[in-house]
Design a protein around this ligand. Structure first.
Ligand code: FAD
Length: 499
């Protein structure tokens, strides 16, 4: 058996007896690449240190979304009285201040705001989260084994342009892919202790829900955990260094989410930068740069990530990391060293599991001589899993407002959608961007429960260069939230009525 391989020295494609691929890191960037390479007939070894599936499956994406499955249910219950649901008496008052009531034995906290009797069993919730992550990791292992991929446990490092060492063993390769991911950034004066001051990777080791959670950082990760713990019953304070939460997201969408946060009782401290977090008595004290102090039972740090690129032997392979330690790559995942590719969070390119996986696949398609479409970041669909969710794809309002993109925009509030009324959803909207003359759909924003599922229609339109006419002629179910997407397209068919 032979495999085609792109000659690292030039652009030619040669036949190799069986191309040897070594991948460092078993997260989505690494394992998706391994599957593609195995499918193309290469001999593949994945070197992984902490468990297949990577941080994505074991500590970050999968656990957080599993937690959010429960918090979403709690949020729905919290609003269910309006839908005519009545619960029996019960529910225990949650803590309401730094010296408020303790968490009941077993870590059970009740929702603060409703008359609902539902409570959260924290040990059971966390063991579900961790079991699901382990099961997902086992699925990845099974899939790789079924495709004949060799897996080596341990830390891998480059000891030459195309040689990877794992412990005392050296493996030579035709192609190396570095997909080592990233880890939580911590502040010098807020050192996680795993008990009161936490990174998101330490949350599931607690045996209780935080009674008063101070979330430092209001980017995607901070907003998602703040939203989730608020719904689970914690009293949440969100410390945001900017003048609104989710500063990188669509401003209208972020405003909806911030309004919901405040309405549900969250304290949002805008323009407040945390200087330090220290244990204080039974809890924690977070000092802000302006001198104020916020007290709570726990502090969660969500202040970004740093790449796992130290000690990887990049220099030996001829790769220079950028100032932040990330590995520069082009749109087919090539590093500056011939034959060495990189994918995922360690490259600093749009840090999403879906992007990591696509970078990894593209690397292998390219390396193994397949036709390949370079990575197109403008087509990436993404979601902030707050309650409600924010899903986006394509051009942004910022690009339109700055004149970078000439587009018509329409925004339909969810409150006018029949299904939303039936379901009791008030917060959210559908926004659609289309090119001024051609009507080609350029992007959209959906703020709604399950916006992550609704965005696919807009994503398809962007990817396939559909026009608003074509979208408007597409049937949506009545009544449905997706009906607002086709309705938005219809509005954009009207003569230039640009917002
Ligand atoms: C809280 C949170 C929630 C998220 N939710 C989402 C989401 O909903 N959707 C989404 O698309 N993205 C989400 N992300 C982002 C997503 O988790 C990352 O983009 C994704 O994990 C990147 O995959 P990766 O393969 O680059 O790295 P990782 O998943 O981090 O995997 C890298 C692997 O490499 C291993 N490794 C590191 N160094 C070495 C070494 N020297 N030798 C061997 N192995 C090594 C690591 O142990 C790890 O197993 C979330 C991130 C966070 C923090």
């Amino acid at each position: 058996m032979s495999t085609r391989i792109r000659s690292p020295e030039g652009n030619g494609i040669v036949d190799e007896p069986r191309a040897r691929i070594v991948i460092i890191g078993g997260g989505p960037g690494g394992y998706e690449a391994a599957l593609v390479a195995a499918q193309l007939g290469a001999q593949v070894t994945v070197v992984d240190r902490d468990g297949l599936g990577g941080a994505c499956v074991l500590t970050d994406c999968v656990p957080s979304k599993t937690l959010i499955a429960t918090s979403g249910m709690m949020a729905a219950l919290d609003e269910s009285a309006d839908l005519g649901i009545r619960y029996g008496s019960g529910g225990i008052a949650g803590g309401s201040g730094p010296s408020g009531s303790g968490v009941p034995p077993g870590g059970t906290v009740s929702p603060r705001t409703s008359n609902a009797a539902a409570t959260v069993d924290a040990p059971r919730l966390y063991s579900r989260v961790l079991a699901l992550a382990r099961a997902q990791s086992a699925d990845v292992a099974g899939r790789l084994a079924a495709e004949g991929v060799e897996v080596r446990s341990g830390a891998g490092r480059l000891v030459g342009p195309r040689t990877v060492a794992v412990g005392d063993t050296e493996i030579s390769a035709d192609i190396v892919l570095v997909a080592t991911g990233a880890r939580p950034r911590v502040l010098p004066d807020a050192v996680p202790d795993g008990e009161r001051i936490l990174t998101w990777r330490q949350l599931y080791d607690l045996d209780e829900l935080p009674r008063e959670l101070i979330v430092v950082g209001s980017g995607v990760t901070g907003a998602e955990f703040a939203s989730a713990y608020q719904a689970l019953g914690s009293q949440v304070t969100l410390v945001s260094s900017r003048d609104r939460v989710l500063p990188q997201e669509d401003a209208d969408a972020a405003m909806v989410v911030e309004d919901v946060f405040r309405r549900r009782g969250m304290t949002v401290l805008d323009r407040s930068r945390a200087a330090s977090a220290k244990p204080a008595g039974e809890g924690v004290a977070v000092t802000l740069e302006d001198g104020r102090t916020v007290r709570g039972s726990h502090c969660l740090l969500t202040v970004g990530v740093v790449p796992n690129t130290g000690g990887l032997g990049l220099e030996e392979a001829g790769i220079t990391a950028d100032g932040g330690g990330f590995i520069p790559v082009d749109r087919v995942s090539r590093t500056s060293a011939p034959g060495v590719y990189a994918a995922g969070d360690c490259t600093g390119v749009m840090m999403l599991a879906s992007v990591a996986a696509m970078q990894g696949r593209i690397a292998m398609w390219h390396a193994l001589g397949e036709a390949v479409q370079p990575l197109r970041l403008s087509h990436v669909a993404m979601t902030v899993f707050t309650e409600p969710e924010i899903a986006t794809v394509g051009v942004s309002q910022r690009a339109v407002a700055s004149g970078k993109t000439d587009a018509l925009v329409v925004k339909l509030p969810l409150a006018t959608n029949a299904r939303a009324k039936m379901q009791g959803f008030r917060d959210g909207f559908v926004k659609l961007f289309a090119r001024r003359n051609s009507g080609m759909v350029l992007g959209g924003v959906v703020v709604a429960p399950r916006a992550s599922e609704l965005i696919l229609g807009v994503s398809l339109a962007v990817e396939q260069h559909l026009t608003v006419d074509e979208m408007a002629h597409t049937f949506a179910v009545y009544p449905s939230l997706s009906g607002s997407i086709t309705e938005a397209a219809r509005r954009l068919m009207q003569p230039a009525d640009d917002d």
